[in-house]
Design a protein around this ligand. Structure first.
Ligand code: ME8
Length: 564
């Protein structure tokens, strides 16, 4: 399936964003950019629906938003407004270019949710029943059987016995979907990724599925009044999770955007996997069923392609938490960006982040190590080394002039009797092929490492061919100049291709390089075509001016303290 519609979770606005929220949105951003590149689809645009559509946003009707607002002497919506703006600001700082930002308090969302729930009540997938559970009268909350047992059926706060309480509540008939969900998992092994997470869900599915409460009572307490009402019953509001999951659909359920459904990939973290992997697809199945049962318009509501569930960031080896006060905040990320560049922050997060099943550590020493290896001594140094040599040996009117390649795109070390062969069209095609393959499993670390490996290959080529030594022979042997030109063309063209592969992460430095080398992006070209070596539409053209890029990444001193 071609990736068209990419989403992130919508985040709670009880607090400000931190690295975890930025990470998921950054993953979605880089994936969107990489997909646009792969498909050669139109760039992001605010008006038309682009080839790839990226959605993020905020989840606002949560009780903790109301509590937190009250603690700040604000109404829930005032507090939500303030924090939603903080999220948008954080994502702008991270250069995350989403196509839409949904807030669940917006009318466009609330109207749709009401419509969906109305259809589900009518079809019987949502029904009114009664909820029975252990209730802490002092805390005014229900506890699960496990928690109640742990607390010996007493309130953790007052020590008073918990009471058994029953109240009317709406339920979603999840139990009716168990078999269909299992069948979907079987037929679509790609539905939950990575594999470890899929197995986790499969394990839990074996325990069977119970119906889930999807409403909360509305009382005189203002804290219970923030939320979307159950249609036709003012005494109940829709549970925040049900309201939230519908965002993925509500945003594209318009005449202009409906064709985007189903979502290609919901990117989330492991904490909210069950909701996305089980409850959400069952809700969608139920909604789709309403088309048959009551001839609704929801026949188009198929299931998302993949739920991609990454692991967690921890900090210097410890879980991040409020009590430890050790969150990697936006201010921390800003300090790193100020010192090492935002691209460096994006690079570190994307390549070292918890994309797979393992948690990842935000560690200063690791940051500097990766920055130096991949960026300062990697693409930065390699691009400037190549440009330096071209400026020096092939001067143009300003800077250097791209040397002729004489149609020679491969290089064998025949002269020195060596055996090494560099088949650049094959090497670069393999690199862009790796990126395309990695994208089918949304594997950005693998995609980006294909780019950086290509840079390393250029470094190796320079070491083997030693163009700086060859340059010294040109005076005595003018024919050597042609060979020098061919070598440097090959270096520069391979670096250009690497820069294309790295561009979904390095969103400001790669365009700086393209500026200096006169190889601006390639409207309409897909990744494969943009990476054709030497003879492609995007290839470097002999005779064109090229200058050394400004320092892309300055080497960092590992002994220096973390930026404050
Ligand atoms: O759960 N490492 O919102 P939320 C990596 N509103 N990612 C992290 C992280 C960490 N340490 N901490 C948080 C909600 N995240 C619901 C979602 S969706 C219909 C409703 C990221 O504000 C990660 O993406 O608690 C995680 O799934 C999400 O933030 C949870 O955000």
């Amino acid at each position: 399936m071609t990736t068209r519609y990419i989403t992130t979770p919508i985040y709670y606005v009880n607090d400000r964003p931190h690295i975890g929220h930025c990470y998921t949105t950054l993953l979605a951003d880089a994936l969107t950019r990489a997909e646009r590149l792969r498909q050669g689809s139109s760039v992001q645009s605010a008006t038309a629906v682009p080839g790839v559509f990226f959605l993020t946003g905020t989840d606002e009707h949560a009780d903790k938003v109301v509590t937190s607002a009250a603690a700040h002497n604000m109404t829930a919506i005032q507090w939500a407004d303030r924090n939603a703006a903080e999220f948008a600001k954080a994502f702008a700082f991270m250069e995350c270019r989403y196509d839409d930002f949904i807030r669940t308090t917006q009318d466009r969302h609330k109207t749709r949710v009401t419509e969906y729930v109305t259809a589900l009540i009518k079809s019987g997938a949502i029904y009114k029943g009664s909820y029975e559970g252990w209730y802490d009268e002092n805390q005014e909350e229900y506890l699960t059987e496990t928690v109640a047992k742990e607390q010996e059926y007493k309130s953790a706060v007052t020590g008073k016995p918990l009471v058994r309480r029953t109240e009317p509540c709406y339920f979603f008939k999840l139990s009716a979907f168990a078999q269909r969900i299992e069948a979907h998992f079987k037929a679509h092994p790609e539905f939950v990724q990575p594999e470890a997470r899929r197995n986790e869900v499969l394990g839990r599915l074996r325990d069977g599925l119970n119906d889930v409460p999807i409403s909360r009572p509305v009382t005189d307490d203002p804290a219970t009044q923030f939320g979307i009402r159950v249609p036709g019953d003012e005494q109940h509001r829709i549970y925040v999770w049900i309201d939230a999951l519908f965002n993925y659909l509500s945003v594209v359920d318009t005449d202009e955007r409906r064709a985007l459904w189903p979502a290609s990939v919901h990117i989330i973290a492991k904490d909210i996997l069950w909701f996305h992997a089980v409850i959400w697809p069952a809700m969608l199945m139920a909604l789709q069923d309403t088309a048959k049962i009551n001839a609704t318009r929801f026949g188009f509501v198929g299931l998302p392609g993949t739920v991609y569930s990454h692991a967690y960031w921890v900090r210097e080896g410890r879980k991040m938490s409020k009590s430890l006060g050790n969150f990697v905040t936006i201010e921390v990320l800003e300090a790193y960006a100020g010192k090492y560049s935002l691209d460096a922050v994006r690079w570190y997060m994307l390549t070292q982040g918890p994309q797979h099943a393992q948690d990842a550590d935000f560690s200063h020493s690791k940051f500097v190590e990766v920055f130096n290896a991949d960026l300062a001594n990697g693409i930065g140094n390699c691009a400037s080394r190549v440009a330096n040599m071209i400026e020096k040996y092939f001067p143009g009117t300003s800077g250097g002039s791209i040397p002729a390649h004489h149609g020679k795109y491969t290089w064998s070390n025949v002269a020195t009797g060596g055996t090494e062969t560099f088949d650049w069209p094959a090497i670069t095609a393999a690199a862009s092929g790796k990126v395309r393959t990695a994208l089918t499993t949304f594997d950005l670390p693998a995609a980006l490492s294909a780019g950086i490996d290509l840079v390393r290959k250029v470094d190796q080529f320079i070491n083997v061919t030693a163009p700086f030594k060859l340059a010294k022979t040109v005076e005595a042997n003018p024919a050597a100049k042609d060979e020098l030109g061919v070598i440097l063309y090959q270096c520069a063209e391979a670096v250009r291709i690497a820069s294309v592969l790295l561009s979904p992460a390095l969103v400001s430095r790669m365009p700086m390089l393209w500026d200096a080398w006169g190889c601006k992006p390639w409207p309409g070209l897909n990744l494969e075509d943009a990476c054709v070596f030497g003879a492609g539409k995007a290839s470097l053209k002999p005779g064109q001016p090229l200058r050394k890029p400004d320092n892309l990444f300055m080497r960092a001193d590992p002994a220096e303290a973390p930026p404050a």
